[in-house]
Design a protein around this ligand. Structure first.
Ligand code: HEM
Length: 415
């Protein structure tokens, strides 16, 4: 078997289980250039912090620009109602302006207002399956639940959830950077469908405000009341919500169920403390550190830089391995243990760090707390109905996501 020193991030075995590979990277003196991924692999917590806290030197905008080929943009411009670059995936000062407006969609009031609706939807979905004794945690639960929540929030309740799933998967595959040119063109066609829908939705909200995230975006104003997102920025931002808000939360819910199914000790402790809000908050935070839904992203250097004494030329791609930072023993001693008493629990990198730290994290945290609490309250004896070796994963540079997770369980209502 090849040693981890000879492997690359894009090797199938590494994508399927990057832990050993990332541990090796963290030990090495030099930051490795990975020919397969075409970038420098930043794997240690402190190195990643340095990169993420300097959005001018490490450009999101240039990195994002590299994701979209001219063919993709041309197809979007011709068949998708226009090419609207991702307004939030830019650099300061533009990013700062967009971000301030986008944050208006995630006010504490909006999150509080959404919690009972999300709780009701979650409870209904658990109850629908509780007496059946099992389900596929991804296909029957996490994906339909998060798509339903997002669809309601984006005012897309009338759209077939399978359609939304297809749209989100096409965008995420683009970000995952592992597509052939043919797959990219097919993806562009799917993203066109999505974008045409989003364009109509934005136009409707401009005419008639409604109580949802898109309406919040459309009518967001900065402090002087002047600044607004222009039409292209609105379409791009709504698209970003659809993508950001869906698979990552579904993946976190699946990881939560995997942990409950494989660690009955943790499942019982969680159930015993389920009315303790602080406990559930910490449990969810440690779950995000332990099993991050987002593994990595990219930046491009805007000048020659040095990270930990290593020279990296301007124009280089940097791969930010968020998942690896969460396993860095220098930051999280005994990182392989699930420990809700870690003093620095919330410093995990699952939401990134710095200027681009997840704008939807308050919504994501609330959703995950609600789902974790309601699952633990209603289901017991959760077990894998598949050998752990046979669990199928969808893996690329950006994500490591369980595709299907058959489980058995019993309802706590049953005697
Ligand atoms: C558990 C769920 C989630 C995880 C793990 C997650 C993860 C992340 C990460 C790691 C980043 C930073 C990327 C980087 O710096 O390269 C990010 C940014 C972002 N996320 Fe999330 N996210 C989640 C939920 C959401 C939700 C619910 C939304 C919206 C509805 C959302 C929208 C976004 C957007 C728009 C950005 C870009 C922010 C910026 O560039 O300023 N995410 N997310």
């Amino acid at each position: 078997m090849a040693s981890t020193s000879d492997m690359q991030l894009t090797d199938e075995s590494v994508l399927a289980d990057p832990k050993a590979f990332c541990a090796q990277l963290r030990k090495e003196d030099k930051i490795r250039f990975d020919p397969g991924a075409g970038g420098y692999l930043v794997a240690r917590y402190e190195q990643l912090n340095e990169v993420l806290s300097d959005p001018v030197t490490y450009s999101m905008e240039l990195a994002w620009e590299r994701l979209w080929s001219d063919d993709f943009k041309a197809i979007m411009a011709r068949d998708g109602g226009g090419w609207f670059p991702d307004a939030i995936m830019t650099d300061p000062p533009n990013h700062t302006r967009i971000r301030r407006l986008m944050e208006k969609a995630f006010t504490p009031q909006r999150i509080r207002q959404l919690e009972p609706l999300i709780t009701a939807r979650t409870v209904a979905m658990i109850e629908q399956h509780a007496d059946k004794g099992g389900f596929d945690a991804v296909v029957d639960f996490a994906l339909p639940l998060t798509i339903g929540i997002m669809a309601e929030q984006l005012g897309m309740s009338e759209v077939d959830p399978a359609q939304i799933e297809r749209w989100a998967a096409a965008m995420i595959a683009q970000i995952g950077r592992m597509l052939t040119p043919e797959q990219m063109i097919e993806n562009a066609r799917i993203v066109c469908e999505c974008q045409k829908f989003v364009i109509e939705m934005v136009k409707e909200r401009q005419q008639t405000p409604t109580e949802d995230l898109i309406s919040d975006l459309v009518h967001a104003r900065n402090e002087d009341g002047e600044d607004v997102l222009d039409f292209g920025e609105l379409v791009a931002s709504a698209r970003a919500f659809l993508i950001g808000g869906n698979d990552s939360v579904a993946s976190a819910i699946t990881n939560m169920l995997f942990i409950l199914a494989t660690r009955p000790d943790l499942a019982e402790e969680l159930h015993a403390s389920i009315d303790d809000d602080r406990y559930v908050t910490r449990w969810v935070e440690e779950m995000l550190r332990f099993a991050p839904p987002t593994r990595g992203n990219t930046r491009v250097t805007t000048r020659d830089v040095e990270i930990d004494g290593q020279a990296i030329p301007a124009g280089s791609t940097i791969i930010t391995l968020f998942g690896s930072a969460n396993e860095d023993e220098a930051q999280f001693p005994n990182a392989a243990a699930f420990d809700i008493n870690r003093p620095n629990l919330a410093r995990h990198m699952s939401f990134g760090a710095g200027a681009h730290r997840c704008v939807g994290l308050a919504l994501a945290r609330m959703e995950l707390k609600v789902v974790t609490r309601e699952v633990a309250r209603r289901l017991k004896d959760i077990k894998l109905n598949i050998s752990p070796d046979n669990i199928p994963y969808k893996s690329d540079i950006a994500t490591l996501t369980i595709k299907s997770l058959p489980l058995t369980f019993r309802s706590r209502k049953a005697a």
